[in-house]
Design a protein around this ligand. Structure first.
Ligand code: NAP
Length: 527
């Protein structure tokens, strides 16, 4: 068997191929099992690369205004749009996704970049952000405090998960670059190809100053050791790795700012007043099926737990199962396939193991594994059919509220009261998103107040927004993404709120005249 080519890394303003024996880690087509490329970060001088990004990339970016940096983002959008076809091919081959699912990642990333390009344009020629009004320090109004935000003089290290090689890069890089902070991206190995190719296209197009955007593919060894006090690290991945990142000596000793997006047991909640023929019920059924099957359930925001009144449990199981039965699974190159594969055999094994765990506390309400795969060999393809599990006694369950199965799997749960539903939802110990289905604005308002503190986002779907709602699991750049507790405690996006992570807040205590001079090169931050 021939060995696929090594993808070069871009560090210290140069393309560098990892060295060493064994020629790197292979990346596979999860449907066909063929080797696609290899990655290696062995032998890279990380210290030189990080320093180059800090010194060259950071300085060049900070020399520009927000408006000028927004122009760079707009330039990146053009390059990515020009190369979209190649990205779709890579996604099909390396992630096993259907065209629709690839779009969530690829076009979602481009859309987010475009959004921040527009937001940044509005900040114009400013070089700092004013945070709030001036505050008097005493009786004499001449001496005042003005809080300002300035870009940190370090690098932003992104360690990303395998499920969004495009969006995962750009949703972080857009606010970082707009802030004036250089980026070093380390994609998850299994799907690193798309990230590497996008960075290559942007670097080759000479849009950004040298050192502004670097990519390191392969092992993460040594990356965290490079972090210094003004750097930031943003991690997306499992809770287990998150613990390593958070407790890394460089983070602890240098107070390196750390953003974590980790596992999440997201919920969907049906209004107890709903009936099987109500619109709220139908909307919940459709959304649950969509969330279970988009990207084969490999979305951190996907619905994992579905809470319905006990009287509607059987009706919900039947309706969800009937829709899932229409989901053809297999090779995404076949146009009749609605759901592609998981990203790797490792993920398939992990999902099957997770299902086994959940089944110790749940019954199987729907199992799509009886249907044959379309155009795919079950012995080779990392395909897993959708499965709906159910629990009529979710209060007695433990694993159902703890184990995140990162695939096309959700558990339906019967509740006896809305208070019990809230209590069970909170057993997820902090999630990215909860969606609420109701035709009653007062119910939605109460649910949002009950659930807000445990979720980064509450997504309410009522009949009047059925056509315009953006989807439980879709992360929109204008809304916060992240979640408390188990979800990592991080915050991303949320419009210009995202810039906060890449800026340092400082209180300037000075005369009104000095603050006037300061304000001349700054713009008031308005969300
Ligand atoms: P993972 O195994 O934790 O890997 C995530 C990233 O960390 C990868 O780039 C990985 O590199 C790297 N990594 C592994 N060990 C490391 C170490 N000791 N030091 C530094 N980096 C290290 O997670 P995953 O399996 O790829 O992702 C799936 C999980 O991500 C799911 O649990 C999902 O909930 C979560 N997720 C969360 C969000 C969110 O926004 N909250 C979004 C997507 C996914 P290698 O690939 O080279 O090992």
């Amino acid at each position: 068997m021939t060995t696929a080519a090594l993808l070069p890394n871009h560090l210290a303003g140069q393309w560098q191929t990892g060295t060493g024996t064994g020629a790197g880690t292979p990346l596979f087509d999860p449907v066909l099992g063929t080797e696609l490329a290899r990655v290696s970060s062995a032998g890279l001088d990380l210290a030189v690369g990080f320093d180059f990004a800090r010194q060259q990339g950071g300085r060049a970016l900070r020399a520009l205004s927000y408006g000028e940096r927004a122009g760079l983002l707009a330039g990146i959008v053009k390059v990515l749009q020009a190369n979209r076809d190649a990205y779709y091919e890579i996604a099909t081959a390396n992630s096993g996704t259907t065209v629709k699912d690839s779009a969530v990642d690829i076009d979602g990333g481009i859309f987010t970049l475009g959004y921040y390009a527009k937001q940044g344009e509005a900040l114009g020629s400013a070089r700092a952000l004013l945070d709030g009004e001036r505050i008097r320090m005493g009786k004499d109004p001449v001496f005042q405090t003005q809080h300002i935000l300035q870009p940190t003089h370090g690098v932003a290290l992104f360690i990303n998960a395998f499920n969004f090689p495009s969006w995962g890069l750009w949703e972080k890089a857009a606010p970082a670059l707009l802030s004036g902070v250089p980026v070093i991206i380390k994609p998850a190995t299994a799907t690193a190809w798309l990230t590497q190719r996008m960075v290559k296209d942007v670097v080759d197009a000479n849009i950004l100053p040298p050192g502004a955007l670097s990519v390191v593919c392969g092992s993460s060894a040594g990356l965290m050791d490079q972090l210094q006090p003004f750097d930031v690290v943003s991690f997306t991945g499992s809770a287990e790795t998150a613990r390593i990142i958070r407790s890394h000596p460089a983070v602890a000793s240098g107070s390196v700012r750390c953003n974590i997006e980790a596992d999440s047991l997201n919920s969907a909640l049906l209004d107890p007043a709903a009936t099987p023929d109500s619109e709220a019920f139908q909307l919940l059924v459709s959304e649950v099926v969509r969330e279970m099957t988009v990207k084969a359930g490999q979305k951190c925001t996907a619905i994992r737990r579905v809470f319905v009144p006990r009287a509607l449990f059987d009706a919900a199981a039947q309706a969800i199962g009937a829709k899932l039965a229409k989901t053809s699974v297999g090779n995404p190159r076949n146009e009749t396939v609605r759901m592609g594969s998981l990203v790797s055999q490792e993920q398939k094994a992990s999902v099957l193991e997770g299902i086994t765990q959940l089944r110790t506390e749940a019954e199987v309400l729907f199992d799509g594994s009886g249907a044959p795969l379309v155009d795919a060999d079950p012995a080779v393809a990392a395909c897993v059919a959708p499965m709906l599990l159910g629990s009529r006694e979710p209060a007695k369950a433990k694993l159902l509220h703890e184990v995140e199965v990162f695939g096309p799997v959700a558990t339906l749960m019967a509740c006896d009261s809305i208070e019990q539903a809230y209590e069970l939802i909170r057993r997820g110990e902090g999630s990215l998103v909860c969606s609420v289905y109701s035709a009653d604005p007062a119910f939605i308002a109460r649910a949002a107040l009950e659930l807000g503190s445990a979720h980064g986002r509450v997504h309410a779907i009522s009949p009047d927004v059925a056509a315009s709602q953006t989807g439980h699991g879709n992360v929109m750049p204008m809304s916060l993404h992240g979640g408390p507790g188990r979800a990592g405690g991080g915050e991303e996006l949320g419009g210009l709120r995202a810039l906060g992570f890449y800026h340092r807040r400082s209180a300037v205590q000075a005369s009104s005249a000095a603050l006037d001079a300061l304000a001349a090169s700054a713009v008031a931050l308005k969300y």
